[in-house]
Write a protein that binds this ligand. Sequence first.
Ligand SMILES: Cc1cc2nc3c(=O)[nH]c(=O)nc-3n(C[C@H](O)[C@H](O)[C@H](O)COP(=O)(O)OP(=O)(O)OC[C@H]3O[C@@H](n4cnc5c(N)ncnc54)[C@H](O)[C@@H]3O)c2cc1C
Length: 515
Amino acid sequence: MSQSRRDFIKFVVVGSVAAGCPVDATLMAAPDSKSGAAPQVHGEHFEICHQVRDGHQFERPEATQKADVVIIGGGVAGLSAAYFLRGKEWLLLEKEDHFGGNAFQEEYDGQPFATGSAYAFRGDEGDHLAKEIGLTLLPIDNPDPTIVNKTFVPDTWKAGIDQLPYPKDVRESFRKFRDDLMKIKLREKMLELDAQPLSHFTAAYAPEVAHWWDAYGPSNWGATTADTSAFVGIGAAQDLASGEDAKRVILPGGLGCITHKLVEVLQPKYKERMLGDATVVAVVQDKDAVRVTYFHEGKLITVSAKAVLMCTPKHITARIVLGLPSDQKTAMRHIRYAPYPVVNVIFDKPVYNRGYDNWCPGNSFTDFIVADWTVRNTPGYKQKNNILSFYTPLRTDQRSTLLDEEDCKSLAAQVLADFQKLLPEFNVNPVEVRIYRRGHPMFMATPGHYTKTRLAAAHPMDRVFFGNADSGGPESLTSESIRLSKIGTEWADLVLAGKPGAKDLAEKALQAAAD
Ligand SMILES: Cc1cc2nc3c(=O)[nH]c(=O)nc-3n(C[C@H](O)[C@H](O)[C@H](O)COP(=O)(O)OP(=O)(O)OC[C@H]3O[C@@H](n4cnc5c(N)ncnc54)[C@H](O)[C@@H]3O)c2cc1C
């Protein structure tokens, strides 16, 4: 794309690189120019995060507040915990100035779109919770086309396999890969498969097969075939081939529609218990209580809680919970996270409405999603803007790209340029391009994570429960965040009542995901 065309389009850089790091709020102020062609930048938090990473000790004042349960982290795990705990006295502390974490929706001209997390499955915990709070998630048709070699292929892993624009032997290799993987007894071989990389299973086929999975894997679980647990990769391949992917459901805004609605439901009644810009810097378990120290409105405050639900990712949790057994802390820090920006490209006219999640191996993005896909055929609905969300997971050694605003804009420009070359009809200019950057949003489903690391990382303490998507699996799933938060609230009930069995309940819930 020429520089002049790029200058013509408004590029907006949004999001905190180090979302999830404890930061000093006084240093969070960042330029927020909403006018003119200047990019909007919200929060560039990494300097302070690095201080925390490097062991900066915050003062821990005496407790001046009390709560039955303190929930730390206001993503979908924390918000759903607050929802399940409605009858109790809880306090929710969230570092950012908004709730939602990685399931956060934004809007353009009144139209919601996702900044990350995309869809649930019919009947999963996300779908159930959505229904309970008044949202009906709609089914996704045409879920997984591929666009490659200037060809649109619907339904990649079923009938589409015959239409892949590759030589016949490569298409045959795709088919053989699919059929061979369908024969594997996944559950029976879970431990063995989880111990090895998916690349062991792609090596015998045409390179195009691994190439396809090197887009699908990073987008769905943050890792290429070489870094992916074979248990996770083969499970995904079986789901695609058997039609499980047809169970997907969502509304515009992706899974941010659920967190958005949870905030709407909770805030009128519990506004004073839901603190944004409240960064927890220390969690200390004593015999009868847990002291949680957080930074809010320029002050460090300590609240004494009977129980704490940690809904932060483990790379943060390991740094703020004091007194963790060393093997547990090591396991938490062993979990790897992918740097993962999402680029939203907004067209003021229809450009693409042929499939939901479009796989595009070999580009600066892995796939892109049509934001209003499931409502497009609703009677009376008129698409005002065609908003496409491009998934651009990076390798961990590319994380620093996100620290530099110009690098972010270049990445977004590359996404647009790659899209415009995919099919001739895509050579259209958008009205706006937004890049939402996140440094560590998705744990990588690496070998061993599911059957070993997460279990070692998430043992509960007497009064501290370790939730968040990274306690579940096998990949990062909103439904797992919600499932574990539900268990976390039952665990808290037992702890508050001084009844036995809390630890067992939590351990069983962790194992349940692995069954
Ligand atoms: C690009 C992308 C696409 C995805 N697509 C899907 C999908 O299609 N389907 C699906 O099910 N899942 C998807 N996921 C995964 C899903 O988004 C996550 O599993 C889910 O949002 C995790 O929610 P959580 O509440 O467990 O954690 P998080 O969203 O990580 O929330 C943690 C919260 O804790 C806050 N926090 C961190 N540190 C502190 C602190 N010290 N003090 C206070 N607060 C703190 C953070 O700001 C954050 O709000 C996707 C993820 C990404 C990144």
